[in-house]
Design a protein around this ligand. Structure first.
Ligand SMILES: Cc1cc2nc3c(=O)[nH]c(=O)nc-3n(C[C@H](O)[C@H](O)[C@H](O)COP(=O)(O)OP(=O)(O)OC[C@H]3O[C@@H](n4cnc5c(N)ncnc54)[C@H](O)[C@@H]3O)c2cc1C
Length: 396
């Protein structure tokens, strides 16, 4: 069998028409696809080995207008709506280009600045995030706590006009190449629990910021994920996201965009499953056993039908959720339900796709093997699926 390494497989046509996307989105989709084919896919295996993308891919993506699509024009962006972000996220998954940490940079970090940044903070950072001159990361999780964010230990203490930041953060996407890190920390002598948490804009080149080597991961190997240490990092008080008046508002800020952040994972999950199915369909049509194509066995046909149905149903939920996000009406529990169901579905589907590939499905050069390794974390990050179920149960 010939290896399918780096082969892009267009997704199947949607089960139900996707009414949210029009010709301008499809034009944009084509340009994203071409960019990934030309600038990303040829380098992806090398990036997996070095455990991070080349720094210049950020600048190239910025030049092509692929970063931070929702940033308003006055700050260097195009002020597009989130359908364009979804197109980029889907194309990344269709191409298996999981090294690109654009979701965090464009769709999480930039929106924090858009929603809460002072005029100065927006002017300083948004144009750089749009152009790729700066890479953005957000650091909440700590070695000792992830799900229970309120238990974080990273602290700031006042020191004249500045704060001194101390602590460490782990599993930080884009951390290794980051220029701007939004750090969640608590005020040393402030209230306990959620009220003590604030968000700080920390320039990665400040003295005392230390980046560890990218972590060796099971999947998404080309994406940089690292541990960050803050040792007496001096940060001016105006670096509180939103300005000094927003001190102690960090947790509220973190909660506000959670529905969108969880929808991002649902989008990635459905697109990832879609891509694995397309690869699998191609494979089982070509591979023969007992004198016939694997695709002709009834088991294969039923499995393909089940996967096609689950993906189609997931896609409808995702598209309806996106419609609600555009109206700013997606509830946290609906987003949590999508995140948990779609990421579980993606894992079920891709596991089945590996099975239908037989031994080849477990070989790294096959896209389905990479997709299988990449998929597992969707059930963990962005809030674990158990936490999603807690949130849904609480809403009953
Ligand atoms: C590749 C990757 C990228 C990431 N990127 C970032 C990033 O950019 N920024 C960032 O801040 N973080 C990031 N994270 C961290 C991620 O969000 C956390 O790993 C996740 O929130 C889980 O936290 P934890 O790992 O500490 O697990 P824990 O919270 O220790 O959970 C361990 C287990 O206990 C379960 N559990 C915990 N609490 C409960 C409960 N109340 N009820 C039932 N079960 C419970 C969990 O569901 C899980 O199964 C990333 C993680 C990975 C792996």
């Amino acid at each position: 069998m010939s290896a399918q390494s780096n082969s892009f497989m267009p997704p199947l046509s949607p089960m139900l028409p996707r009414a949210l996307f029009q010709s301008e989105h499809e034009d944009f989709r084509r340009s994203v696809r071409r960019f990934i084919e030309e600038e990303v896919t040829p380098h992806h295996a090398r990036w997996e080995d070095q455990q991070h993308v080349d720094r210049d891919i950020w600048n190239k993506a910025g030049e092509m207008g692929l970063l931070c699509l929702t940033v308003p024009e006055e700050f260097g962006g195009i002020g597009a709506d989130r359908r364009y972000s979804v197109v980029v996220l889907e194309e990344i998954m269709y191409a298996g280009a999981s090294g690109l940490g654009w979701a965090v940079h464009s769709d999480i970090v930039a929106p924090y600045l858009i929603n809460y940044g002072t005029q100065d903070q927006k002017q300083t950072w948004l144009p750089k995030l749009v152009s790729g001159e700066a890479v953005g990361a957000i650091a909440m999780t700590e070695p000792g706590t992830g799900s229970d964010l309120q238990a974080m230990k990273t602290t700031v203490v006042e020191d004249g006009d500045d704060y001194l930041l101390n602590g460490s953060k782990i599993f930080i996407t884009n951390g290794y190449l980051s220029d701007l890190i939004i750090v969640a920390a608590r005020l040393g002598d402030g209230p306990k629990g959620a009220k003590g948490i604030s968000l700080f804009l920390v320039e990665a080149d400040r003295e005392g910021v230390e980046k560890a080597k990218p972590l060796k991961k099971v999947g998404m190997k080309a994406q940089d994920t690292c541990e960050l240490y803050f040792n007496n990092v001096r940060i001016p008080k105006e670096n509180v996201l939103g300005g000094p008046d927003y001190l102690g508002q960090g947790f509220v800020m973190l909660m506000k965009e959670l529905a969108w952040e969880r929808l991002i994972i649902s989008v990635l999950s459905v697109a990832g499953a879609e891509s694995a199915l397309a690869h699998t369909l191609d494979y089982v049509r070509g591979r023969k056993a007992f004198g016939q194509a694997i695709a002709e066995f009834q088991n294969t046909r039923f499995k393909l039908a089940e996967m096609r149905s689950e993906i189609g149903i997931g896609q409808s939920y995702v598209d309806r959720s996106l419609e609600l996000v555009l109206e700013r009406k997606l509830s946290p529990e609906a987003a949590a339900a999508g995140k948990y169901w779609c990421s579980d579905m993606m894992n079920r589907v891709i596991d089945e796709c590996v099975q239908l590939h037989g031994g080849y499905g477990w070989m790294w050069e096959y896209p389905v093997a990479r997709a299988w390794a990449d998929a597992r974390v969707m059930r963990i990050f962005g809030g674990t699926n158990e936490i999603m179920k807690e949130l849904i149960a609480r809403s009953l």
